[in-house]
Design a protein around this ligand. Structure first.
Ligand code: ASP
Length: 607
């Protein structure tokens, strides 16, 4: 029995036709001597009905013993559903198939969790969903996510092809370049004691492709980072990675705005407006306390340094005397914050090294706060005016070095918005997308622990031309030609215009980043060499593809848009990896384990 239609296809126009549907038993109900079987495939479902008067005894018995999620093929005649039994929730809900024959293609065992009821399914614990991922992926929401992902991947390819990009694959077995995140190493059997590394991104290869004259490269590239798993990261993930020659920053902005316009149209049928706003790193930190601001709500950071420079309140004036700043936010309407919420915010402040968190609750016309008594009338007037203080507001302060003060309030700002959102007091429309370019990042960041500068983005990022003279004298002030694309407070991607002159690149490695010349040669020598033979000016960007799809699907978790993701501990619960390996495999790789016996899982083969 070959299927004639998919399970969401039949309409009143098909009435009278004999059809065959194939799929999974979504549900089976025995009602008044009839058996109703809803058969479901990727597209949807259709009701079929088995009447003992119309099918053989054998077929009827087969239908009555069907278990949920068994695979069947059903042949029968399409008819109108009886008066009053239409199901308006499904597109095929006006008709049903009166079964003539039923083939049981595969009986299913009782499932570890139901997939037919979205309510129940959404409450299933994620570990169980990951262990039986193939069942989880049968759920309509998950199958929608996979489809949307596929559609967006295709739209991306088509768009970039139209723009003259070549899709080029780059190696997964790469060389270890331990400058960024920790890498996954792959031992070489043929070269004892030597290793490949899985790429953290195709960065070096795409730049070399520019030297190779490709001019416009892209790839939906798999990247690997062996990092301790933060909430929503994966050890392997996908980037829309691209690189272009003979361009400047504006070309990248135009290209990515065009691409995202196409993607949003394809995925959500939504017209997003371009060009996107641009904000400097400095301004983003100053106003939002974060380099990926969510601009969908207010509570912006306000600077009060000048107002408190001469204050008798030493916590503020002292911080300023130390070269710091005083900043505050007005969490509008949150004066009723609970003790617990204030404690959570205080913990955030402390995690950045602050001693505590100063705040004012504006309730019943009064400023409730242990610190208000130290403020002069002028200081109070400045606060009222700059923060537009009103009844019911909660004012939160940070007095610290600029970056710290910004980061503390940036974190607290997001927390306050979250609290108000959960309480229904702050509404952000789900179809609102605030795109933003964050630009003019500092090229370098100082690492106090290691007492050295490191690249804010990566060491191939070009400095802003007019800042180059400051490289040796005031590295802190050098801006990088780096840009991040942000939407609703999430970093969607980032990139930069690159250094294309080998001498400048060498200076950055050796003199600014202080990597010893032998190490530069060993790690990046091939790149410096390539750049000697005519490297065009170039730049590029990479977008986090998983993250973008999660945003389009409206899910907070990237695991919901990856077919087979790993848990936060980096394990694959379905295939049960990672695992131990046979001693012979290790011998072939010239590897001897030094893992304490007690740390090896009991299933490990004896060595
Ligand atoms: N390779 C960079 C990254 O993964 C992106 C870029 O600079 O193009 O962040």
């Amino acid at each position: 029995m070959k299927r004639t239609h998919h399970c969401s296809e039949l309409r009143p126009a098909h009435i009278g036709q004999t059809v065959t549907l194939a799929g999974w038993v979504h549900s089976r109900r025995d009602l008044g001597g009839l058996i109703f079987v809803d058969v479901r495939d990727r597209e949807g479902r259709t009701q079929s009905v088995f009447d003992p008067a119309l099918v053989t005894k054998e077929v009827f018995e087969r239908a009555s013993s069907l278990r949920s999620e068994s695979v069947v093929a059903i042949t029968g005649k399409v008819r109108h559903r009886p008066e009053g039994t239409n199901n308006s929730k499904i597109p095929s809900g006006e008709v049903e198939v009166v079964a003539q024959d039923l083939e049981l293609l595969n009986q299913a065992e009782v499932l570890p969790f139901p997939v037919d009821d979205p309510e129940v399914a959404s409450k299933v614990n994620e570990e169980l969903r990951l262990q039986y991922r193939y069942l989880d992926l049968r759920r309509p929401e998950m199958s929608r996510n996979l489809r949307l992902r596929s559609k967006v991947a295709t739209a991306t390819r088509v768009f970039l092809d139209e723009q003259g990009f070549l899709e080029v694959e780059t190696p997964l077995l790469f060389k270890s370049t331990p400058e960024g995140a920790r890498e996954f190493l792959v031992p070489s059997r043929i070269h004892p004691g030597q290793f490949y590394a899985l790429p953290q991104s195709p960065q070096q290869f795409k730049q070399i492709l520019m030297v190779a004259g490709v001019e416009r490269y892209f790839q939906l590239a798999r990247c690997f980072r062996d990092e301790d798993q933060r909430a929503d990261r994966q050890l392997e993930f996908t980037q829309v990675d691209l690189e272009m020659s003979f361009i400047d920053r504006q070309d990248i902005y135009d290209l990515i705005e065009g691409l995202l316009k196409r993607v949003w149209k394809t995925a959500l049928n939504m017209d997003i407006s371009t060009p996107f706003k641009r904000i400097s790193y400095q301004e983003a930190m100053d106003r939002f306390g974060i380099d990926k601001p969510d601009t969908r709500f207010g509570f912006e950071l306000v600077d009060l340094t000048e107002d408190f420079r001469a204050s008798t309140f030493k916590v503020f004036s002292g911080a300023i005397a130390n070269g710091g700043v005083v900043k505050a936010i007005n969490a509008k309407g949150l004066a009723d914050a609970t003790q617990g919420q204030i404690e959570t915010m205080t913990e955030y402040a402390k995690s950045f090294g602050a001693k505590g968190l100063a705040f004012i609750k504006v309730e019943k016309g009064e400023w409730k706060s242990p610190i208000v008594k130290f403020f002069s009338e002028t200081e109070k007037a400045a606060l009222t005016q700059k923060l537009a203080i009103q009844e019911g507001d909660l004012i939160l302060f940070a007095a610290d070095q600029w970056l710290n003060a910004c980061e503390i309030l940036g974190r607290i700002r997001l927390y306050c918005a979250e609290v108000l959102k959960t309480q229904g007091r702050l509404t952000i429309e789900s179809n609102r997308f605030d795109f933003l370019w964050v630009v003019d990042f500092p090229l370098l960041t100082f690492d106090k622990e290691q007492n050295r500068w490191y690249s804010s983005h990566h060491p191939f990022t070009a400095p802003v031309a007019e800042d180059v003279p400051l490289l040796q004298t005031e590295p802190r002030k050098v801006r990088g030609q780096h840009y991040d694309i942000v939407v609703n407070g999430t970093e969607l991607g980032g990139g930069s215009i690159r250094i294309h002159q080998p001498a400048v690149q060498k200076t950055i490695f050796e003199q600014v980043l202080q990597i010893p010349p032998e190490m530069v040669q060993a790690r990046f020598g091939y790149m410096l060499e390539a750049f000697k033979y005519g490297a065009p000016p170039h730049g590029g960007i990479a977008l986090g593809f998983d993250r973008m799809i999660a945003i389009l699907c409206g899910t907070p978790s990237i695991r919901d848009v990856i077919a087979f993701p790993k848990t936060a501990k980096g394990t694959d619960l379905m295939t049960d990896s990672p695992t131990t390996v046979e001693p012979k495999q290790l011998r072939d790789l010239h590897i001897q384990l030094k893992v304490p016996q007690k740390e090896i899982p009991p299933t490990a083969p004896a060595s």
